[in-house]
Design a protein around this ligand. Structure first.
Ligand code: GLY
Length: 356
């Protein structure tokens, strides 16, 4: 299978390469965009044992000098402390401004290594090597880097675009099914925003068979939003479809539910509310429910409006007394609908299964 390339145009242009066997070629593919140097290879305790050696060997064979930092896998590691450990590691290894950071792993790894790249010596280059479907189609592209603070997720970070993104689809073979599905929800989101082709693939439940196309189409769409609004002050907010309610569910569940699963529930709820408000074409929520269920994603939760309201009000996208919701007009086209914060409870009620 040939490698697909999606070009991202923003303050610094770069390519996202999607294909099979890219881990083994990581050295030569990075060599195309960076001279040999020391490389801080950042990974977690799940991914490093699987792929760390392969990538390290590939880097070495291409003339790089890799040194590896591994942290315990999981969102609990996405802290200022781990971020500080990465910076300390880079300093101890005497990385200079012409050296490189490579993030090998899922979203936690990419976000933290990216933030370290944005800040170490006031900025060094970095390469994203996502190993989950979710990070391949979302966090590895677009330059958002972050760590969590005790007050909330991703509250400290920077925009820092990578030098290149290498997405080896073979890494998805080792993902537990529910982690693969986690990424499917974000791909379905791109379908609901603007891709009938993605919706068709997910409607027939054939994402694994078409995985390279799914990733490439998702990244293509994300790249368009990033090109139009790199610093997230306008149209990039469309990428938050399903996220206002999804984040509220995540917070209420104390992050015990996977992000994509919450986004699936959020997309269904906002479609239902949109139908009730006359914004969304009738039948949209039902078709979306069928697509989510075909892909093993949940479509409802048992939290009350009161429980969800607190979480929804903490949304980073809220500006003052209003909240901008992204609502499907139909599958493949969405609109922004800004409501006073005081109306959010009504929207949450309208989004419930029982409201129909
Ligand atoms: N994850 C949404 C964005 O990158 O803007």
């Amino acid at each position: 299978m040939s490698t697909k390339t999606i070009h991202v145009t923003c303050s610094r242009d770069y390519d996202v390469l999607i294909g099979s066997g890219l881990l083994q070629k990581a050295g030569s593919l990075i060599r195309e965009v960076h001279a040999p140097c020391k490389v801080a290879l950042i990974s977690d305790s799940n991914v490093a044992p699987l792929y760390g050696r392969t990538v390290g060997d590939a880097l070495q064979a291409a003339g790089f000098e890799p040194v590896t930092f591994v942290f315990p896998a999981g969102e609990a590691s996405k802290t200022l402390a781990t971020y500080g450990d990465i910076l300390d590691f880079c300093a101890k290894e005497r990385l200079t401004r012409t050296d490189l950071i490579v993030a090998l792993g899922g979203g936690v790894t990419g976000d933290m290594a990216g933030f370290a790249a944005a800040s170490y010596l006031r900025g060094v280059e970095y390469v994203q090597m996502p190993t989950t479907l979710l990070s391949a189609v979302d966090s590895s592209v677009g330059g958002k880097t972050a760590v969590d603070l005790p007050a909330g997720k991703n509250l400290a970070g920077a925009f820092k675009q990578p030098l290149r993104v290498l997405c080896d689809i073979d890494t998805f073979d080792t993902l537990p099914e529910e982690v693969f599905r986690d990424g499917c929800a974000e791909c379905i989101k791109y379908g609901v925003l603007c891709s009938p082709r993605l919706l068709d693939i997910f409607a027939e439940g054939s994402a694994r068979e078409h995985i390279a196309e799914v990733v490439a189409e998702s990244v293509r769409i994300k790249a368009e939003y990033v090109a139009g609004d790199e610093f997230d002050t306008g149209i990039r907010r469309y990428l938050n479809l399903g996220h206002t309610i999804g984040h509220a569910i995540e917070r209420t569940a104390n992050f015990g539910l996977l992000h994509g699963h919450c986004v699936a529930i959020g997309m269904v709820a906002i479609s239902r509310a949109g139908e009730a408000l006359g914004i969304t074409k009738p039948g949209t929520a039902d078709r979306l429910i069928a697509i989510c269920e075909t892909n093993g994603l949940p479509v409802s939760c048992s939290y009350s409006t009161e429980e969800l309201l607190d979480g929804a009000l903490a949304d980073k996208k809220r500006t003052g007394d209003t909240i901008a919701l992204i609502i499907p007009k139909r599958l493949g086209e969405c609109v922004t609908h800004t409501v006073p914060v005081s109306e959010l409870g009504t929207i949450l009620d309208l989004g419930k299964e029982t409201s129909r």
